[in-house]
Design a protein around this ligand. Structure first.
Ligand SMILES: [Fe+2]
Length: 356
């Protein structure tokens, strides 16, 4: 399968991955031939695009970090938790998070069972449910980086729980501010920044979660050089788990469509993360992140510096910038460029994401 941006989807294309609606219901199934109205539905939900299968990509497969079932269950559960917190008036019943504790353990199990788990697929979100998909992605990305760093299962659970809840404090910030398209005033910016404190305080007062998880909520916007918030902590004064979640949070946000900007391709978001190593982010976390997250996920269509177009078919852990690429612009060539191993291709580089 290969990824096709929403603007390039057409009727007659065959879907390569299940797509879900705004209530997490199965909208379209893998293998389905798209009609005009289904393309319109995908665009109506503001999906960035979809994975399709065609003659060039029918033998290319990839999968998300966690199974669709587990992902959808967790999205549904965290949505419920956000809604419970929103409606909580301090006199009512306390929200329950027992459900998401089980789901986090399942995510840890799925990721640690697959030692080679890496991010090799673009994550597609229903635009209006960004917050909940984002929470689940930040948890999964944090766990995969934590697992690669040798954390124990208990640590991964605490990291995952904190990451899943990292933005719970946004419930207490006016929605209009969070989605404002124009420039924020200084006061508005300060109000938004309070979400990490609001979230941490709420969890401390209402729920029993491990302190390490709470620290993720509190410190996911601290920066390595001490310019973050709320406490301007730097380097090893920031919780280790908070530093992992900080990278996962920024990466997932950058690769998602937002009301005020379009999504960046993973390669550009990765460049941003790498550029922030040692200033915004802990270099050790960035180093592990770049090993586990492919800048050109499998199924990405790319343009090469020699003018040819191809589809990424395989990635190398140690060199994500130099994947294996199947050339499709000249079908008679039926050629695969191994940019990492083939020294005759050293002067060929990926120059752009091809929108086809
Ligand atoms: Fe946040």
């Amino acid at each position: 399968m290969r990824f096709v941006p929403a603007a390039c989807l057409k009727s007659g294309m065959i879907l390569g991955q299940d797509l879900y609606g705004s209530k997490n219901e199965l909208l379209l199934s893998e293998g389905q031939v798209l009609t005009d109205s289904e393309v319109a539905r995908i665009c109506g939900l503001k999906y960035q695009g979809a994975y399709i299968i065609d003659v060039y990509s029918q033998d290319i497969s990839s999968h998300g970090l966690i199974s669709s079932n587990l992902k959808n269950n967790t999205v549904r559960a965290i949505k419920e938790v956000f809604n419970q917190v929103k409606s909580d008036d301090t006199t009512g019943p306390l929200p329950s998070i027992s459900g998401i504790k089980f789901l986090i353990n399942d995510i840890v199990d799925e990721i640690t069972t697959n030692q080679n788990a890496s991010v090799n697929m673009l994550d597609l979100k229903v635009f209006d449910d960004y917050t909940y998909y984002h929470c689940v992605n930040v948890a999964a990305l944090s766990i995969v980086v934590g697992a690669a760093s040798g954390l124990t299962k208990t640590d991964l659970y605490q990291l995952g729980l904190g990451s899943l809840l990292h933005d719970i404090g946004k419930v207490f910030v006016p929605k209009g501010l969070l989605e404002k398209k124009g420039k924020l005033t200084e006061d508005e910016f300060q109000e938004i920044q309070k979400h990490s404190l609001y979230g941490s305080e709420y969890l401390r007062n209402k729920w029993e979660i491990p302190i390490e998880s709470n620290l993720v909520v509190l410190s996911h916007h601290e920066k390595y050089d001490g310019t973050g918030y709320p406490y301007k902590l730097s380097k090893d004064k920031i919780s280790t788990f908070g530093k992992i979640a900080a990278v996962a949070d920024v990466y997932d946000a950058l690769t998602s469509d937002r009301p005020y900007r379009k999504a960046m391709p993973p390669s550009e978001a990765m460049e941003y993360v790498m550029g922030g190593s040692g200033t915004l982010f802990d270099p050790r976390v960035v180093s592990m992140f770049t090993r586990k997250v492919a800048p050109y996920p499998i199924g990405t269509c790319v343009t090469l510096s020699n003018g040819l177009t191809g589809i990424v078919v395989e990635n190398y852990v140690n060199c994500g910038m130099r994947p294996k690429v199947r050339i499709i612009s000249d079908p008679h060539r039926n050629e695969i460029y191994d940019l990492y191993n083939d020294f005759s291709l050293l002067n060929v580089t990926i120059t752009a994401i091809a929108e086809i």
